[in-house]
Design a protein around this ligand. Structure first.
Ligand code: C5J
Length: 220
């Protein structure tokens, strides 16, 4: 077992049963003209974490530990899009509309791709998810179960939406979850800070948090 200094207390994991989950590091959330920007958001906080997420991915690759990437995306006819996602918010472009990177959050369009710096390597899992959480309407549960994964290390965007939802779903399913603090971001720094606090509150009610440097020192 490896022990990582973390909040609210040390996180212990067996590397043979641990996977990295990288949530939605897609052009649509990180690049101008994508869904994130059409919602009126400042992209700077999410762009800032790209090198840290890339370093975390490289760390798992070096160790040969499994990596699962998610992409928030929909079928071209939007038949898998939860109604709330289509109806709510005031984006200048809605899901499915044509933007500068193709149709917003539609599978196979350039904007739905993962940014180059965090691109999946051959053999890594890539899961398209229509919801905010990674278990809803996906094969994530089967993928993790088949490989005996019990512990998940999380990164990606956005902290309070798809990262937190996926962590909560995982926590309810019995996975022990660690969020890498500087490898996750929100368009709203205050939301990120609040989410980190919520996750580790009340004795790790959702899971643990730690910076990448602490994680890397622990596994060195
Ligand atoms: C959002 C996400 N924020 N990946 N998606 O709509 O967090």
């Amino acid at each position: 077992m490896i022990e990582v200094p973390a909040q609210p207390f040390a996180y212990r994991f067996d590397p043979a049963r641990t996977a990295l989950v990288v949530i939605d590091m897609q052009r649509d959330f990180l690049e101008p003209g994508g869904f994130g920007e059409t919602l009126g958001n400042d992209l700077a906080p999410v762009v800032e974490i790209v090198p840290t997420v890339a370093a975390l991915i490289a760390t798992f690759r070096d160790k040969g530990w499994p990596i699962l990437h998610t992409r928030e995306s929909h079928a071209p006819d939007l038949s898998d899009c939860p109604p709330a996602k289509l109806a709510r918010g005031l984006p200048s472009l809605r899901i499915g509309d044509m933007g500068p990177m193709g149709r917003i959050l539609v599978r196979g369009e350039p904007g739905a791709a993962i940014v180059e710096a965090c691109a999946p390597a051959p053999g890594e899992f890539v899961v398209d998810k229509p919801g905010k959480g990674m278990f809803y309407a996906t094969a994530v549960g089967d993928i993790l179960r088949e490989r005996g994964v019990t512990h998940l290390v999380f990164a990606g965007v956005t902290t309070e939406v798809c990262v937190q939802t996926s962590m909560r779903e995982a926590n309810d399913r019995g996975y022990e979850c660690l969020l890498i603090e500087d490898a996750t971001a929100s368009y709203f720094p205050a939301f990120k800070a609040a989410t980190l606090e919520m996750i580790r509150a009340q004795g790790a009610i959702v899971g643990w948090t730690t910076p990448l440097a602490a994680f890397r020192s622990a596994i060195a």
